[in-house]
Design a protein around this ligand. Structure first.
Ligand SMILES: C[S@@+](CC[C@H](N)C(=O)[O-])C[C@H]1O[C@@H](n2cnc3c(N)ncnc32)[C@H](O)[C@@H]1O
Length: 330
């Protein structure tokens, strides 16, 4: 090996070690750690990274099924992000984006986000394109039940995109448990949340989110559209509405459409199709016999168990952790 080749190897090893140190010290994923290593000032590496981590954008809505608390487990299983995924050459897809916990964790350079919830997608795009207008509008909202009901009763079809986004964030911050639920007519029906002092306008975070979205596309479309776009080497994370744990447990409805047996099987077929194409595919769901059954016996597919923070039932005697699955094709 020539002298320069040796230097190259040593440098690569020391970069790898630095990235690992960053990952460990700041408890962050490999893709984000690599990104920070490249942009931070090397003379002051750890102080600078501490500041960048503090200023990282985070989800701007509370979303039922949000994945923020589970990401550490995903990482510890060694499954997230997939080792072979190259975020410079390839694209990250999140077709059930919701609050986007995984996108905001990874902050990949090339990303395509989508969801079937039209107001949510409009909100992402308003944050991307007119964050200052949105901040101005959010600052005008009031926090009381009468005003909440008034805003809730507005007909979305008559509002501008800016008004839709402002209403959407307002209702999310002040409605019960930050839930998003619609009735069969697609009307938002979550009750007033009775918070003392909810943060309706987190302007600093909204500006950071806006910056992070500048090169990202956010579309209102069905998850199956990912089949038209994803190529070998891309990474797709599916976080669909979960299959109900029991017949009565299906409490969430992010959209007016249901997502039951037929839809879960179609999603499994999409998963398999993307696998055949050479994509890295990761999927979350409830740990139920049905979900285990439809993903078992597929070549290369692993069903991993994750402990969710929630209790099975509200009676103290029956308390226990429930598990979820994280299904991967790598
Ligand atoms: C479990 S949530 C995703 C949560 C998200 N990962 C987070 O961390 O906040 C499921 C999402 O799927 C969306 N959705 C439901 N059916 C869909 C479909 N057919 N295509 C695309 N998105 C859909 C819902 O609007 C909802 O935002």
């Amino acid at each position: 090996m020539s002298f320069y080749a040796k230097i190259n190897v040593v440098m690569k090893m020391s970069i790898k070690q630095s990235v690992l140190d960053i990952q460990k010290n700041f408890d962050i994923n490999a893709i984000y750690a690599r990104h920070l290593f490249h942009i931070a000032n090397k003379n002051n590496l750890f102080e600078e990274i501490e500041k960048l981590v503090e200023e990282k954008p985070k989800p701007f809505v509370k979303w039922v099924g949000g994945k923020r608390q589970l990401l550490k487990q995903f990482r510890e299983l060694g499954l997230y992000p997939p080792d072979g995924f190259d975020p410079i050459a390839n694209t990250y897809f999140e077709p059930f984006v919701g609050g986007g916990a995984v996108f905001f964790d990874l902050l990949p350079k090339k990303a395509e986000l989508s969801d079937l919830n039209k107001e949510l997608v409009t909100t992402y795009n308003v944050i991307k394109n007119d964050v200052e207008g949105l901040i101005k509008s959010l600052k005008k909202h009031k926090h009381n039940k009468e005003y909440f009901l008034d805003i809730r009763s507005q007909k979305v079809a008559k509002l501008s995109d800016l008004q839709i986004a402002s209403r959407f964030i307002y209702l999310n911050r002040t409605g019960f448990n930050g839930m998003y639920r619609v009735n069969s007519r697609g009307e938002f029906n979550v009750p007033f949340g009775k918070y003392n002092n909810p943060l309706i306008c987190d302007e600093q975070n909204l500006r950071r989110v806006s910056k992070a979205l500048q090169k990202v596309s956010i579309k209102h479309q069905d998850y199956k559209e990912v089949l038209r776009r994803a190529k070998s080497g891309d990474f797709i994370y599916f976080d669909p509405p979960y299959y109900p744990v029991s017949k009565t447990a299906s409490f969430t409805s992010y959209t007016a459409e249901s997502f039951l047996d037929k839809e879960q099987i179609e999603l499994r077929d999409t998963f398999v199709e993307l696998s055949k194409r050479g994509c890295f595919v990761m999927l979350s769901n409830s740990d139920t016999p049905f979900i285990n059954e439809i993903y078992s016996g597929i070549k290369g597919v692993k069903i991993n168990k994750i402990v969710a923070g929630r209790a099975i039932n509200s009676k103290a005697s029956g308390r226990g952790k429930i598990t979820e699955v994280l299904i991967t094709n790598y």
